[in-house]
Structures are given as structure tokens and as C-alpha cells.
Design a protein around this ligand. Structure first.
Ligand code: PLP
Length: 408
């Protein structure tokens, strides 16, 4: 390519500078990789031989369900997360449902959870006949507001489900204290924060998902540890809970065709487990790559008053499942449109708090109860974030946003 460009410049004679500039511009447009919210293809290409071999091995063995790769991955993930047991399952939504079932929650029990997240938490609670009691969020971290949890605890409250949103842990120290005080279970939804470290005030560090009674996660392809289809897992340090979890994922049976409890069918395919087994050793490097992109964004937007970059909590590392800006006095739709025209995708996570959706109107909650979530849902914008963003792409993204904002 450079030779080609040099050739064009050479034949254009003495026009020198201007042509060189245009040539560079064209070159750049040709050379820059298409910007995606998540670039799964490039990530795969880097570990293609290992992945292909792992899949081929499963095909050869034809142990498609409960093959040895499943147990092996469960053990490796338990070691990584620092919990006693991992139970693989079919997806992150099932993981939450199975967690609630394993704790023996009964219809009518109240479960306190955040109003500003993906729908899974509220969905499974409703399906089980449990009552989701939604809270507002902390204005800095987007995570569940601990004071609001405390206000909403009643004699019917049985559990709290914090969600570690965008890749940063909720305030697990305060949440575990509250739970202990009121004898409540805690289920951590770690779908966006696998690998994040939470630091307690005494200096001890635990990974997201290994702090509560149960942790859940998702291996949806775009998650930080994604497989090539659907997958999920449940973490616990409690052997009795693990026993329940293992029965429930397998139709409520421990011994074949002996049903101890009502269960579900929720499995991680052997092929997906084999893929995840290859990807897990890269997870920390993936987090580093995401942090590098986040640092680039942070620096580019520093001091711009219309753009608030993600807050970094002192008690948690951030694994940047999403890099989410909060806009001040910026027309979000217009910015999104302008970026799209320049080949830059951006997404709104999430356009509405859960209570505002028709499916959850029976919860009968009002906007005024969630001032922070309602406000932020109108101002957040998530930028492309994945392990394969290069500097040229980041420069193009940040420059385009700054150009837009500076024209305001
Ligand atoms: C992705 C996600 C889930 C659901 O995971 P699936 O595997 O798609 O079912 C649950 N909670 C949160 C916070 C998520 O981001």
C-alpha cells in the first residue's frame, strides 16, 4: 500500500504537500479496521489454532453434553474466581434463576435489586413469583444504591441481588454487612464484571462473584469472557448450596431418574466449555487491553465539561465491560447519529430503568422513586469497547466526539 501511494504522489509531480496529505488520508481510510462495539472476529483470529483444536477434540470425542471439558473448565474457573465451586449452566439468565431456586426463595418473598441493568434479574424474579424490589443507583458508579437498599428492607425481604454494572463492583462490603444484619442472602450478578477485584477496608481482596452467597455470570459472546454461543456459570463457597445448584441444573436429580426437587435443564455445551477453557487464561490480558482503551478515552476527554468519563471506585478494579460516558448538555441522539455517519457505533446501556418497561408496569413504580437512574438513562452513551481496539481507531473515535462537542 505505501508504495502504491508513493507512486500516486510521484506521478502527481510537484504538487507535493497537498497530494501527500490526501494520499495519507485515503490510505488511512483504507487501512483502518472497521470499528465495532465488540470485535469478536479479531480476538478469535489471535487464538485460532488453540480454539480450533479444542473444538476438533470435542468433535472427535463426540461427548457433546457433560464432556470432560465441562468439569475441567468449572475447576479452572473456580480457581480463577477464588470460590469453592462453580456450576456451569446454559446462560447468565438461567444462572440467576437457578441461584434463586437453590436458596429456596418462595413466591411472595421480596428480593432487592437495581433498577438500572439488563432485564435478567427482574425477569427471573417475576417468573419465580418473587417480588423484585427495585432500587435507585449511585450517581458515580451506576451501581445499586446501598442506602436505598436499607430503606427498602422489610420483614419479607429474603435476598439482595447487586449487579456489578459495566465491569466495576458494587459496594460489596456495605451490602454484605447489611445482609448479615438482616439475615439476607446475596447473589452477585457478575455477568459484566468477571475478573474484577473488590478491596475490603481491611485490605483483603476478593474477585467479583466470590463475595456473596452465590455469584452468577454469563459467557454471552460479547461478555468479557465470552464463548461462541450461550453459556453461564454459578459460583459459591457453600457446599450445601452447590449441591442444590447441581441438582437444579439437571432436572432436580442427583441420582438419575430420582427427582428430589423441581429443576430445569440448563447446561453448558462441551464445545463451549472447551472454548472457554482456552479463553480463560487470556482473561486478565483482555482486561488489561480494555483498560488501555479506557485510559485512552479518559485522557482524550479529560477537562471536557460536556463529557463525564467513568468514575473509578477506590474499592474495585474496573474490567470495562462497557465504557460509558455521561453527557451534559449534549444532544445524545444527534451525537450518536453523527458518529454512525463516521463509522463509529455507540450504544445506550440502558435507555430506560426496568420499572419503565411495559412488562414491569405491574410493579407499579414511579420515576420519582429513581431520580438518578431516570436521569442517567437519558444521558449515558457507551463507546466501542473490546480487546482489539487500536490507537488509530481510538483516535478517530475520540476526535469525532471532540469535534462534535467543540461545535456546541
Ligand atoms: C448479559 C447479562 C445477563 C444475562 O446473560 P445471558 O447469558 O445473556 O442470559 C444478566 N445480567 C447482566 C448484568 C448482563 O449483562
Amino acid at each position: 500500500m505505501p508504495n502504491h501511494c508513493g507512486f500516486i504522489c510521484a506521478i502527481s509531480g510537484n504538487a507535493g504537500f497537498k497530494y501527500t496529505y490526501i494520499c495519507r488520508l485515503i490510505l488511512r481510510m483504507i487501512a483502518m479496521k472497521e470499528i465495532q462495539m465488540v470485535d469478536l472476529r479479531s480476538q478469535y483470529e489471535k487464538i485460532k489454532p488453540e480454539i480450533d483444536e479444542a473444538i476438533a477434540e470435542v468433535l472427535q470425542s463426540s461427548a457433546f453434553i457433560n464432556g470432560p471439558a465441562v468439569k475441567k473448565f468449572e475447576n479452572e474457573l473456580a480457581a480463577y474466581v477464588g470460590c469453592k465451586q462453580v456450576v456451569a449452566c446454559a446462560n447468565g439468565t438461567d444462572a440467576l434463576q437457578i441461584a434463586c431456586m437453590a436458596l429456596g426463595l418462595k413466591p411472595g418473598d421480596e428480593v432487592i435489586t437495581t433498577n438500572f441493568t439488563f432485564v435478567s434479574t427482574a425477569e427471573v424474579l417475576c417468573l419465580l413469583g418473587l417480588k423484585p424490589v427495585l432500587t435507585d443507583i449511585d450517581a458515580l458508579t451506576f451501581n445499586i444504591d446501598v442506602q436505598d437498599i436499607e430503606k427498602k428492607i422489610t420483614p419479607k425481604t429474603k435476598a439482595i441481588i447487586p449487579v456489578h454494572l459495566y465491569g466495576q463492583c458494587a459496594d460489596m462490603e456495605s451490602i454484605m454487612q447489611l445482609a448479615k444484619q438482616h439475615n439476607l442472602f446475596v447473589i452477585e450478578d457478575t455477568a459484566q464484571a468477571i475478573g474484577a477485584d473488590f478491596k475490603f477496608s481491611n485490605g483483603s481482596v476478593k474477585k467479583a462473584g466470590a463475595i456473596g452467597h452465590i455469584g452468577t455470570t454469563s459467557f454471552f459472546p460479547s461478555k468479557n469472557l465470552g464463548c461462541y454461543g450461550d453459556g453461564g456459570a454459578i459460583f459459591t463457597n457453600d457446599d450445601a448450596i452447590a449441591y442444590e445448584l447441581r441438582s437444579i441444573v439437571n432436572h432436580g436429580q442427583k441420582v438419575r431418574y430420582e427427582y428430589e426437587m423441581i429443576g430445569v435443564n440448563s447446561r453448558l455445551d462441551t464445545i463451549q466449555a472447551a472454548i472457554l477453557g482456552e479463553k480463560l487464561p487470556h482473561l486478565d490480558d483482555y482486561a488489561t487491553a480494555r483498560n488501555k482503551a479506557a485510559d485512552y478515552y479518559d485522557k482524550a476527554f479529560a477537562g471536557i465539561k460536556q463529557i463525564k468519563t467513568p468514575f473509578r471506585a477506590a474499592n474495585s478494579t474496573h474490567v470495562f465491560h462497557q465504557y460509558t460516558l455521561t453527557l451534559n448538555g449534549v444532544d445524545r441522539d444527534k451525537l450518536k447519529e453523527t458518529l454512525a455517519a463516521q463509522g463509529i457505533p455507540a450504544m445506550i446501556y440502558y435507555p430506560k430503568p426496568l420499572h419503565a418497561h411495559p412488562a414491569y408496569k405491574d410493579l407499579n413504580r414511579k420515576d420519582s422513586e429513581f431520580p438518578v437512574a431516570v436521569d442517567l438513562s437519558k444521558r449515558v452513551l457507551s463507546l466501542p469497547m473490546h480487546t482489539e481496539l487500536d490507537e488509530e481507531q481510538l483516535e478517530h473515535i475520540t476526535k469525532s466526539i471532540l469535534d462534535f462537542v467543540n461545535k456546541l
